[in-house]
Design a protein around this ligand. Structure first.
Ligand code: DX5
Ligand code: ZN
Length: 214
C-alpha cells in the first residue's frame, strides 16, 4: 500500500520537519489539498506552500485540486513541483481536454469523484488516467467519517483495471484509519490518503508502517 499523508493535518509552523518525518517513516507520496473556497467551502493552500519543500523532501508531490478552474492554475502547481495533478470530475465541462492539457505539462494526471458521483461516469476516460481518486468524504475538510459508498467504486475501478490492463493507480481519500484502509485494500485500493490518522497519531512511524503493510 502506498501511503500519502495529507499535509492539511500537519503543524504548519514546522511543516518541513513534519513532512520529513512522515517521508522518513516510509510515506512515498505527499498529499497536498488545494481548496479555493468556491468548489468547496474552505480555503487552504496554493503552490507557494510546497515549492520550498520540493528540493528538501524526497516524495511524490500529489496535488489534489479541489478548485473550480483547474486548468487556469495547473501550470503554477506544476512549476512549484507537483508530480501528479488531480482535478475533480465535477469541476470541469470537458474532461478529455482537461486531461490532455495537464499531460502537456509533463506530469501525471488524476481525476477525482465526490461521494455522490457515480463511478461509471469515468468509464470513457479510464485509458488516459494515471490515478483515480475516490473521495470517501465530502471534500472540504479533514477529520470526517469514512463513507462506505467509496468501496463499491474502488471495486469497480479495480475490476476494470485488471480486465483492461489500465495503468491508473486507485487512491482513496477521507476518513482513513487502519480499519477503513483495510476495507479499501480488500477491494483493490493501492494508495491511501490519511491526514488526521497520521499527523495526530502518537506514534507516526508505527501508524505509517501499519498502513504500508496492509
Ligand atoms: C478532504 C481532503 C482530504 C483530507 C483527509 O477534502 O481531500 O485529503 O485532508 O483528511 P482525513 O484523513 O483527516 O480525513
Ligand atoms: Zn485530498
Amino acid at each position: 500500500m502506498i501511503v500519502a499523508p495529507s499535509i492539511l493535518s500537519a503543524d504548519f509552523s514546522k511543516l518541513l520537519d513534519e513532512v520529513r518525518e512522515v517521508t522518513d517513516f516510509g510515506a512515498e507520496f505527499l498529499h497536498i489539498d488545494v481548496m479555493d473556497g468556491h468548489f468547496v467551502p474552505n480555503i487552504t493552500m496554493g503552490p507557494v506552500i510546497y515549492q520550498s519543500l520540493k528540493k528538501k523532501v524526497n516524495a511524490v508531490f500529489d496535488v489534489h485540486l479541489m478548485i473550480t478552474d483547474p486548468l487556469k492554475y495547473a501550470k503554477s502547481f506544476v512549476d512549484a513541483g507537483a508530480d501528479i495533478i488531480t482535478f475533480h470530475y465535477e469541476a470541469v465541462d470537458d474532461v478529455l481536454s482537461t486531461i490532455a492539457e495537464i499531460k502537456k505539462l509533463n506530469v501525471k494526471v488524476g481525476i477525482s469523484i465526490k461521494p455522490n458521483t457515480d463511478v461509471e461516469v469515468l468509464k470513457e476516460y479510464l485509458p488516459y488516467l494515471d490515478l483515480i481518486l475516490v473521495m470517501s468524504v465530502e471534500p472540504g475538510f479533514g477529520g470526517q467519517k469514512f463513507m462506505p459508498v467509496a468501496l463499491g467504486k474502488i471495486a469497480y475501478l479495480a475490476e476494470k483495471k485488471k480486465k483492461m490492463k489500465y495503468k491508473y493507480l486507485i487512491q482513496v481519500d477521507g476518513g482513513i484509519n487502519i480499519e477503513t484502509a483495510k476495507l479499501c485494500k480488500d477491494v483493490g485500493c493501492e494508495v491511501v490518503v490519511a491526514g488526521t490518522y497520521i499527523f495526530k497519531s502518537q506514534n507516526r512511524a508505527e501508524t505509517i508502517k501499519e498502513l504500508m503493510n496492509l
